[in-house]
Design a protein around this ligand. Structure first.
Ligand SMILES: Cc1cc2nc3c(=O)[nH]c(=O)nc-3n(C[C@H](O)[C@H](O)[C@H](O)COP(=O)(O)OP(=O)(O)OC[C@H]3O[C@@H](n4cnc5c(N)ncnc54)[C@H](O)[C@@H]3O)c2cc1C
Ligand code: FES
Ligand code: FES
Length: 1335
């Protein structure tokens, strides 16, 4: 025990303000604290598990030993406030504010268009700010490293990276500096029309304030004094249910550990935190020796380096870097292997929090470091009151054998990592769904020691992670191989042995069984090659090198900082300078996004008497509800009520959408009841206590195949047909048939669904604040649920933190759920879905099955296509029928097939109901023609691009549903894309590369696109706006569209500014609401600007017409004077603008119509490199040519194209939703659903907005919200191309089953080779797999 008395005072600083908390609650994390106690709502909740970076803040601590202040980023959701003693926390509010001074980081993020919805922006700002505090002139590598832990779903990262690059030493130069090309070389890329000047500058660097590090807030001197104080006192904090001890000496720690042997030691809390949150672990006592000097040391003796267990992984990285730079290469092989894995392990925040000791002890099965530490013969040094001991990491410790465990009172003091030697090789190998910040699918640490001067194995160690619940050792294999030579024969025996030893059962958790088995030996092969090359370097005479074409198998894909050029049409020099239309105007809220001052739903201050809602969802896919027992839930302190179907005063089933499950459940994730309580923690606790008894109902339908078997559909079949398909099949040269499976996608908007429902005192009025794309729909559903006229339901929508279609229909359902709770309790309800529930309940993009039969001539001309489409609609109608209609209308994409028939039906299954998602069926459906064209090309020995060109629409024509259109811009985009991407030359180069590289292959693909905007139902294209002019001349603009991050409000201000001929600063746009604009249609279908723009224009023109007499009388007058005069003359200064809408229609009986107002064309080219041994891929370059007609705001439009492209690329490659055979969604957070991060984006990224004419739309613009999504399929097709190259070389059949997403698993297993043939295969009839495909 320490001699000084314990202290219960927690002292830390938040943004320079001292906080003293007496008896802080150990269960409270920093995110909750800053948001609710400090009321600093800039820091956002995105996942709660350290995986998204939305909650990033900077911690600063003073180190009394080094006398230095250390700044590092952390994810506040995993930081217990009790761990903050002596720390200074900086949140986004502490960096800068629009009320005082914005910081250069915030300014540049905003002005470089690095924010769209702005929900990720505060986290981004904090990661960048912390980087600059440590490195005011960062290198490009440091930038990518710093941003790897921050997800953004909107921007596609390019503008974010660019904003940080402006701080690099050489920022003021072309982005392609060093690449041999230059953006000044515009002529070359300006293909559109030599007269039309193209611009590349989306922002003006001259406006940027300089970064002046001396202006940053100083570290609180009091904290320095506290850190220097030699008389530290043990801290003890007693919370509601738990106690926190922070010892100040090692002895104290050991004493505490002896007294509380079961208490976890909290270091980074990155393992304990998530298990408390997600697996309901409970610990009454925590011991936190964070910062204890005895755990922070490095010693180097002759043959090893010993590193204190308290070192964070980031500090470990620095130590290892230092050692590697100081010591000869042969001694540091283990350290280099660790460094390689440390670079991609989690994001920067987690690496700064997680500690070496915590990592080693928590022994996650996916551990990236433990297998290497084991293979490198590292030992852990333990200490307890009983004394010290060492345990080797390569023993049974990692396999968690009980006898090899730490004793409960033991603490890891340090880890000793020996030097490697000359004839000793150590490597780390891994494969994950995403290059960075993703748990490994399989990883390994391997080492081999040879008899001096020979290739005879003296010692061999192989450790694998992610094969089962622990890291495992292939010890028997290794033993058997001792004494063998390191040659091909040994390798083949090693593969057989290791496959025999390391068994992954066919029904293993996490699935991918055959893939993981293949990886076991593929990684071994990589190690084998690596060692052979190493031996060759040691003695080239004795040990031949590996074949030249195998060399690239050893190279990791580099993590590059992306670069590229964005091109758009310059504004006409004769346009008045005040007119903002056509300029790359910054998003209206960008600065507020970057400072955290933009208010999102859950940022609204607490309301008097408000209650929090937690959901209880069905655990069964199809079952009767036998009983719901709420008694225990109601007994939880703070719980006020449990709300069920019986409490719905009006309709509980509105248009087939069920609010609270009644009598039966129809999917896992259906809301059965909600619990309202005074805090969210209490509501959640109550929700856990609700007991529901079920009785299964047959059948349970999960997949499209099962739905087809049971004839289970949501609506009847629809069809589009032209020509005579049957007779065409009779004369074609060849016919092929096939199937394409396209899996679904999660929206993963960064802001989860959030609703505030506030019952009013009078007349049954209800006010809702929520993030939605369709306030009218919410109003309708709430009105139905409460049985109250719509006029009494007011829905307010300020902004959404991303939506992508996921906030079209679902907020109505959740709004009704909350309104019923508010009605029943009579109190305001705050309903914020946690990420896992959001993913579970709200579903996403429809998985699709396409079946095709194609008739074609030997020259590649397709004469007939007969295609059937099925989508997995889930359990209720939602918009599945409309999605299917869109699929049928759009599925021909850019291709003219004279005899064409497509039919489709949405399937009804027991999955959560799928819904709208950017592109609305097109991104899935348009893959099908790409796949059959690739198959046709393979049969005709042509390139897919040649077959595409042959079959592409070439002149004014009619679609299959007989709508006339002119594909001229399509041809231009296609031609430009082929030319400017140097497609054929690069294709040739890729083929050369492929000849020289057996295990790495490059592929290229170009996709053309004919996309449509709008809806084939005229009344869905109408819009209204309301414009008020006040007497000071300021204007309040309102319209029916919703701001989702796409910049709709910004564009509407640009429109109003042009029409009223006043500066944008005069115009204010506050929110969208059902009170100001009634009956507005959804903001979706890329129509927001089109229809609302026309309505705003109309309102402004009405006002200008009214003002004309006044203006005529005083033409030189000022705006304010005219307004004052108009008022004096009793001229109405408020106007409603209206746009009747595009007169679209579709007659499904006749299978014809003018279904869409116009078409958006585009073409995209991507080049990838795949690693045939692991299935990883790298996107090398993408060129996009998008027909924007006239861009009202090129910055926003390019933002939409790039963001949609990256979202599409994720959809087609790495985003994978996993379901159990029982219909349970496993993928419920960033840990197991991987959206692209900054490392996925193309190394080179060129986007050009192509000019065309579109007189039908406002200012001849085009809606670009969705079109970029399909451009992502160029990556999918480039991967197919690379895989096809591998297969050709291996003599495999030219055609193969293509599906989406092309995950590492798909790539690896399609690149069939000796390793895939070696693995054991299971008889599917003998087991139930862990997961199934639902498309
Ligand atoms: C979002 C996210 C992404 C991640 N990605 C990866 C990844 O890609 N690859 C990977 O390998 N890992 C990854 N991890 C896991 C991460 O490496 C571990 O969680 C981390 O190393 C644990 O360290 P910690 O200090 O946070 O441990 P804590 O959570 O503080 O403690 C973990 C356990 O270790 C015990 N412990 C801690 N220190 C000691 C000690 N000195 N002596 C005795 N017992 C001790 C505690 O009692 C506790 O049981 C990720 C984690 C998160 C949250
Ligand atoms: S909310 Fe903290 S990382 Fe996602
Ligand atoms: S701007 Fe990054 S998530 Fe929306």
């Amino acid at each position: 025990m320490t001699s000084l008395a314990d202290s219960d005072e927690l002292i830390f600083f938040v943004n320079g303000r001292k906080v003293i908390e007496k008896n802080a609650d150990p269960e409270v994390n920093l995110l909750f604290y800053v948001r609710t106690v400090s009321r600093l709502t800039g820091t956002k909740y995105g996942c709660g598990g350290g995986g998204c970076g939305a909650c990033t803040v900077m911690l600063s601590r003073y180190n009394p030993k080094t006398k230095k202040i250390h700044h590092y980023p952390v994810t506040a959701c995993l930081v217990p406030i009790c761990s903050l003693h002596g720390a200074a926390v900086t949140t986004v509010e502490g960096v800068g504010s629009i009320k005082t001074r914005i910081h250069p980081v915030q300014e540049r993020l905003a002005k470089c268009h690095g924010t769209q919805c702005g929900f990720c922006s505060p986290g981004m700002v904090m990661s960048i700010y912390t980087l600059l505090r440590n490195h005011p002139e960062p290198t490009p590598e440091q930038i990518t490293e710093a941003l790897g832990g921050n997800l953004c779903r909107c921007t596609g990262y390019r503008p974010i990276v660019e904003s940080v690059k402006t701080f690099c030493v050489d920022s003021n130069v072309c982005q392609l500096k060093g690449s041999g090309k230059c953006c000044m070389d515009q002529e070359e890329r300006s293909f559109v029309n030599r007269q039309e000047k193209m611009c590349t500058k989306l922002y003006n660097e001259d406006e940027f304030q300089p970064l002046d590090p001396s202006q940053e807030p100083i570290f609180p001197p009091e904290l320095i004094r506290m850190a220097e104080d030699p008389h530290k006192r043990r801290l003890v904090f007693r919370g509601e249910r738990t106690i926190w001890y922070a010892p100040v000496t090692l002895n104290d720690l050991l004493e505490l550990k002896a007294n509380f042997p079961k208490a976890p030691i909290i270091m980074g809390n990155t393992a304990v935190g998530p298990s408390i949150k997600f697996t309901d672990e409970f610990h009454p006592v925590f011991i936190s020796p964070l910062g204890l000097p005895e755990l922070h040391f490095v010693t180097t003796v002759d043959d090893e380096v010993t590193i204190g267990a308290g070192y964070s992984l980031a500090e470990l990285n620095d130590v290892l870097q230092f050692v590697v730079s100081e010591q000869p290469k042969e001694k540091t092989k283990t350290y280099s292997a660790l460094l390689k894995h440390l670079r991609t392990l989690a994001g920067a925040q987690i690496r700064n929090m997680a500690t070496l000791g915590g990592h080693v002890v928590s022994r996650p099965y996916f551990s990236d470091l433990n297998p290497i530490l084991a293979a490198g013969n590292a030992t852990i040094n333990l200490i307890s009151k009983e004394g010290e001991r060492q345990i080797p990491l390569n023993g049974p410790f990692l396999e968690r054998s009980p006898e090899a465990n730490l004793k409960s009172e033991e603490v890891v003091l340090s880890v000793s990592i020996p030097y490697s030697t000359k004839w000793h090789f150590v490597s780390g190998l891994r494969l994950a769904q995403r290059q960075e910040n993703a748990f490994a699918i399989v990883n390994a640490g391997m080492s081999v020691k040879f008899e001096e001067g020979t290739n005879t194995i003296k010692d061999l160690q192989m450790f694998y992670g992610s094969l089962g619940p622990t890291v495992v050792s292939a010890s028997q294999t290794c033993r058997r191989l001792i004494g063998r030579r390191w040659d091909d024969q040994m390798l083949s025996e090693a593969c057989q042995l290791v496959l025999g030893e390391l068994h992954i059962p066919p029904d293993a958790e996490r699935g991918m069984v055959e893939f993981r088995r293949t990886l076991i030996i593929s990684l071994l092969f990589k190690f084998y090659l690596k060692v052979r090359r190493g031996l060759n370097k040691l003695d080239p005479q004795k040990f031949p090198n590996i074949p030249e074409e195998f060399m690239s198998a050893l190279e990791e894909f580099p993590i590059e900082t992306p670069q590229g050029i964005q091109m758009f049409q310059c504004v006409d020099p004769n346009q008045p300078p005040q007119d903002p239309v056509g300029h790359p105007v910054m998003h209206q809220s960008a600065l507020k996004h970057a400072t955290g001052e933009a208010v999102f739903g859950d940022d609204m201050p607490p309301l008097d008497q408000e209650l929090f809602l937690a959901v209880v969802t069905s655990t069964k896919a199809h079952a009767h509800i036998i009983s719901i027992d709420t008694s225990e839930a109601l007994a939880v302190p703070g719980v006020v009520d449990v709300i069920t179907a019986e409490d719905v005063p009006g309709e509980n089933n509105h248009q087939g959408e069920i609010f609270y499950a009644q009598d039966k459940v129809i999917c896992v994730g259906q809301i059965v009841c909600t619990v309202a309580a005074d805090t969210y923690a209490h509501a959640k606790e109550g929700a856990k206590k609700v007991k529901i008894a079920y009785e299964d109902i047959e059948p349970r339908i999960i997949t499209i195949e099962q739905a087809l078997e049971h004839n289970s559909f949501l609506s009847s079949e629809k069809k589009i047909e032209q020509g005579n398909v049957e007779s065409a099949f009779k004369y074609v040269d060849q016919i092929i048939e096939g199937e394409v499976h396209v899996e679904g996608q999660e929206h993963f908007y960064m802001e989860t669904q959030t609703i505030l429902a506030i019952p009013q005192e009078e007349d049954k009025e209800m006010v809702l604040h929520l993030a939605t794309q369709f306030p009218t729909h919410v109003q309708e559903y709430v009105s139905a649920a409460l049985s109250v006229p719509r006029s009494r339901i007011a829905c307010h929508m300020k902004r959404a933190g991303g939506a992508f279609g996921g906030k079209v229909t679902k907020p109505a359902l959740l709004g009704a759920i909350s309104a019923v709770a508010a009605h029943k309790t009579g109190r305001p309800i705050r309903f914020v879905l946690e990420r896992d529930n959001d993913m579970l309940i709200t579903a996403g993009r429809h998985p699709l099955l396409g079946k095709y039969k194609i008739g074609f001539m030997n020259n590649g001309v397709i004469k007939a296509a007969d295609v059937e489409y099925y989508v997995n609609g889930g359990c209720t109608p939602d918009e599945s029928d409309m999605v299917m209609e869109f699929i049928l209308l759009k599925s021909e994409n850019a291709y003219y097939i004279p005899n064409f028939r497509c039919r489709g039906r949405p399937c009804k299954t027991n999955l959560p109901s799928n819904t709208a998602f950017r592109g609305f069926g097109f991104p899935q459906a348009a893959v099908v023609p790409e796949v059959y064209i690739s198959a046709v090309a393979a049969h005709c020995n042509l390139l897919p691009e040649e077959v595409k060109e042959i079959n592409m629409y070439k002149r004014i024509n009619k679609t299959a549903y007989k709508q006339t259109f002119n594909p001229e811009p399509l041809r231009r985009c296609w031609k430009a894309c082929l030319e400017k991407s140097s497609f054929y030359a690069r294709k040739q180069a890729a083929e050369e590369f492929n000849k020289k590289n057996y295990w790495k292959k490059r592929g290229l693909a170009v996709v053309p696109m004919k996309f449509t905007i709008g809806i084939p139902i005229a009344y869905y294209n109408q819009a209204a706006a309301l414009v008020h002019i006040y007497l000071d001349g300021s204007v309040l603009l309102t319209h029916g569209g919703c701001e989702l991050g796409q910049g709709l409000h910004t564009k509407m201000i640009q429109v109003a500014s042009r029409e009223l001929n006043i500066p944008q600063s005069y115009i204010h746009l506050s929110e969208t609401s059902t009170i100001t604009v009634p009956n507005a249609v959804f903001t979706a279908g890329s129509m927001g600007t089109d229809i609302n723009g026309k309505a705003v224009q109309n309102a402004c023109q009405i006002l200008m017409a009214r003002l004309q007499p006044v203006i005529r009388k005083n033409p030189k007058g000022k705006w304010e004077e005219w307004i004052a005069k108009a008022f004096a003359e009793s001229i109405n200064l408020s106007a409603t603008g209206y746009f009747k809408g595009y007169q679209t229609h579709m007659d499904w009986e006749k299978e014809e119509g003018d279904a869409f107002p116009y078409f958006v064309y585009g073409a995209g080219c991507s080049e990838v490199e795949v690693d045939c041994l692991t299935g990883a891929h790298k996107l090398l370059r993408t060129d996009i040519f998008m027909d924007a007609a006239f861009s009202i705001n090129p910055a926003l439009d390019i933002g939409q194209v790039e963001g949609a492209f990256i979202q599409g690329m994720g959809f087609y490659t790495i985003e994978e939703l996993k379901y159990s055979p029982e219909g349970v969604l496993y993928s419920r957070g960033p840990d197991d659903y991987k959206i692209p991060t900054v490392t996925e984006i193309p190394e080179e990224f060129y986007v050009t907005l192509v000019h065309s004419r579109n007189p039908i739309a406002i200012y001849s613009s085009k809606g670009l919200g969705e079109a970029g999504m399909f451009m992502g399929s160029s990556v999918l097709l480039a991967i197919y191309d690379a895989v096809a190259a591998a297969r050709r070389e291996r003599g495999l059949s030219k055609t193969f089953t293509m599906s989406s997403p092309a995950t590492p698993e798909w790539i690896r297993m399609t690149c069939v080779d000796q390793f895939t043939s070696m693995i054991p295969k299971d008889d599917p009839s003998t087991f139930t797999p862990w997961n199934i495909r639902v498309s």
